[in-house]
Design a binder for this molecule. Structure first.
Ligand code: FES
Length: 218
């Protein structure tokens, strides 16, 4: 596999080679767009594991995909809080708009739609993720706008900062390589206003930031 040099760098980070399996699977996805049969064999050979062991891990975690993913993996949280706040409506709207079912990719190969479980961002519900970057406080109209702009090749930013990159680029970052996007690292991922509101109230302080509402904001 042509990523041999990068794979060696990942393996060298760990005292025991088997510990490198998770980032190595991300590296495979950065090349193949999913965990391919060839990728499973490659990881097994590289780390001295059986293909059954590699398969067991790669099918356990939802971030590892069994089929090729489009340029943008759009995950809509349909877990309890997001669902009642509008996640189900967002998912149904995107299914209709994109003409795909769950875990399916649009004909142009640009978008793969999947309903996902809670991503611990319930304070910004309903949330959508694009290649694992958050788009907070979504609603069906905003979700349609995002996928249309992505398919049109426009630059779209996560609500937490960085410009969205492709699935393969994101997988390379998740494998542990440099994030080349301007401001992405400096953004840092600090807690947002909704995350801190309860803490501030418990301290007798006034929450800051946009007013909290039960409806997705525009
Ligand atoms: S329920 Fe959607 S992020 Fe928690």
């Amino acid at each position: 596999m042509k990523l041999d040099g990068d794979a060696d760098k990942i393996v060298a980070r760990y005292p025991q080679s088997g510990s490198a399996l998770l980032p190595l699977l991300h590296l495979v996805q950065s090349e193949e767009g999913y965990v391919s049969p060839a990728g499973i064999e490659y990881c097994a050979d590289k780390l001295g594991l059986s293909t059954a062991e590699v398969s067991a891990v790669s099918t356990f975690y939802t971030m590892y995909k069994r089929r090729p993913v489009g340029d943008y993996h759009v995950g809509v949280c349909t877990n309890t809080l997001c669902a009642v706040m509008g996640g189900d409506a967002i998912f149904a709207t995107l299914k209709e708009h994109l003409g795909v079912g769950n875990d399916e990719t649009t004909e142009d190969g640009r978008v793969t739609l999947e309903h996902i479980e809670c991503n611990a961002a319930c304070d910004f519900a309903p949330v959508m993720m694009v290649n694992w970057e958050f788009l907070d406080d979504m609603n069906p109209d905003k979700a349609v706008r995002v996928v249309d702009e992505l398919r049109a090749g426009k630059e779209v930013h996560s609500t937490r900062g960085p410009a969205l990159c492709t699935f393969k680029q994101a997988e390379r970052i998740l494998a542990g390589f440099e994030d080349p996007r301007e401001g992405a690292v400096a953004g840092g991922g600090a807690a947002g206003h909704a995350t801190l509101a309860g803490l501030l109230v418990s301290q007798g302080r006034t929450p800051t930031g946009p007013a909290l509402t039960t409806e997705a904001s525009e």
